[in-house]
Design a protein around this ligand. Structure first.
Ligand code: URP
Ligand code: ZN
Ligand code: ZN
Length: 469
């Protein structure tokens, strides 16, 4: 079975060209001069459109048990929503719970995902219990193609690790080449501020954003960098939201350290104001929190993406319903009367590629090539999947998005495919939109119709970070 994508402009991180793309089986097999006849190939006309690599979202939390409930998207619903938005690979987080083996967490998440995903998927593992055995199991996980491990300086009593525990895991990562991914917020100081705010009667969602100070993200980022430098391991700061944290990453990179960072659409588009509308603000509770626009975080993040001080945009997709759900029960409303009990996380996996295009390319902050790079190529390289994923080249998986720059559409919970009853971007009209999606050569989205099925997605064992200096 072969497909020829004709008349489009192929955009990769490296440049743009008018070319027809030949797909045979699961792979790209040629980039041809426009108009080249290929007998027997099914043609897809991409005239006036961009032909880009499928997006990689390297930070999602399908079905995550968190905050007294579960993230509302299953691997089936969440990966289908991702496909609608032009993402053809996710890397989700398996969780090692306290008292559990690290590989038990990995196996449990494989069991949830295998046979259910619409697109290809890999795993990082959250190291939730550092001990001799779990450190050994980091090596075993590497054998399964898990080459990155997330740790938390936030959420004491849940996922939090002490500096000593973090340092031990970093020493192991330095031995085996893994990347440590860090949720960098000083959770101990934040818990003091939470208790003080609640004692003053400050219970609304707004105070979630007030107590989780940007300086505490900057401090934790600094500490994580210094610990990783000493241990000698690569460090990837997840969901970076604050200019103080960005300054730390920038300095570390200028010093030649293997330090990397991602930000997320919510930090590029939303702000503390969204947390401020009474309990409606619960819809926007995530950690780190949305920042005060007047403090300049948002523009700093956009410039960080332009200068490569930030390398990746992922979503941290971790959705919860606002109203009680018939199967999932109470979600965001668990925190009525106490912001600290609102499950932390936002829906986003469906909108990343389009939102970044809208904010970056349509609003002229970044080039088309850079858009592709932060949404697809760099995530693939960072997590050991390039050039299988993240580009359109001979031999690469035919994960391809045909993107229509002329399309305009309005984001809404009425039309999105994520399993949440609200959209953080309700009513936002975006320029450009996903038109057609192929996953390993199979047409899974065309003419506003989803053509794939659960189980189309395959597990992706990954190599090491491909950026190490
Ligand atoms: O609020 C968030 N970010 N929820 C998901 C868990 C995490 O910290 O990534
Ligand atoms: Zn986190
Ligand atoms: Zn996360």
């Amino acid at each position: 079975m072969s497909t020829l994508i004709t008349n489009g402009t192929v955009i990769t991180h490296a440049g743009r060209q008018e070319a027809d793309v030949l797909v045979e089986g699961e792979k790209v097999t040629a980039l041809l001069a426009p108009g080249t006849a290929i007998e027997g190939a099914e043609a897809i006309d991409a005239a006036g459109k961009y032909v880009v690599p499928g997006g990689l979202d390297v930070h999602t939390h399908m079905e995550l048990p968190f905050g007294g409930t579960f993230a509302s998207d299953s691997f089936e619903t969440g990966t289908r929503a991702a496909a609608w938005g032009g993402t053809t690979t996710i890397i989700d987080f398996a969780v090692q719970a306290k008292g559990q083996g690290l590989m038990d967490g990995y196996e449990a998440w494989r069991a949830k995902a295998d046979g259910n995903c619409a697109i290809d998927y890999g795993f990082h593992v959250i190291v939730g219990d550092v001990n001799e055995q779990s450190l050994k199991e980091m090596d075993i996980a590497m054998g399964e193609g898990v080459t990155s491990f997330k740790m938390f300086m936030a959420y004491p009593g849940v996922f939090y690790s002490t500096d000593g525990e973090i340092f031990q895991a970093m020493q192991k990562a330095s031995e085996n080449g893994a990347t440590i991914m860090m949720h960098a917020e000083n959770g101990i100081a934040i818990d003091v501020l939470i208790a003080q705010a609640l004692a003053r009667g400050e219970t609304d969602p707004l105070y979630h954003g007030v107590v989780r100070k940007s300086i505490l993200e900057g401090e934790a980022t600094h500490r994580a960098i210094r610990l990783a430098e000493l241990a000698g391991c690569p460090l990837y700061i997840v969901h970076l939201s604050a200019l103080e944290a960005l300054a730390e990453v920038t300095n570390a990179r200028d010093d030649g350290l293997n330090v990397f960072a991602e930000t997320c659409p919510q930090y590029l588009f939303l702000s503390l104001d969204d947390l401020g509308n009474g309990f409606e603000g619960a819809k926007y509770v995530c950690s780190p929190p949305l920042r005060d626009r007047a403090e300049g975080h948002q523009e700093a993040l956009w410039s960080g993406l332009a200068t490569n001080d930030l390398q990746v945009v992922s979503t941290d997709h971790c959705p919860f319903c606002f109203e009680d759900h018939p199967e999932l029960g109470r979600q965001k409303r668990l925190g009525e009367g106490d912001f600290s009990k609102i499950p932390n996380g936002l829906p986003g996996v469906e909108h990343r590629v389009e939102l970044v295009y809208h904010g970056a390319v349509a609003e002229e902050r970044l080039t088309l090539e850079r858009w592709v790079e932060v949404c697809a190529t760099t995530p693939a390289r960072m997590f050991g999947l390039y050039p299988q994923k993240g580009t359109i080249a001979v031999g690469s998986d035919a994960d391809i998005v045909i993107f229509d720059p002329a399309k305009r559409h309005t984001l809404s919970a009425d039309t999105h495919h994520m399993r949440t009853d609200y959209s953080c971007y309700e009513g936002l009209e975006v320029s450009g939109g996903v038109d057609t999606v192929l996953s390993r050569g199979k047409l899974i989205l065309a003419d506003n119709e989803y053509l794939g099925k659960k189980g189309d997605g395959r597990y992706l064992p990954r190599d090491l970070n491909q950026y190490l200096v």
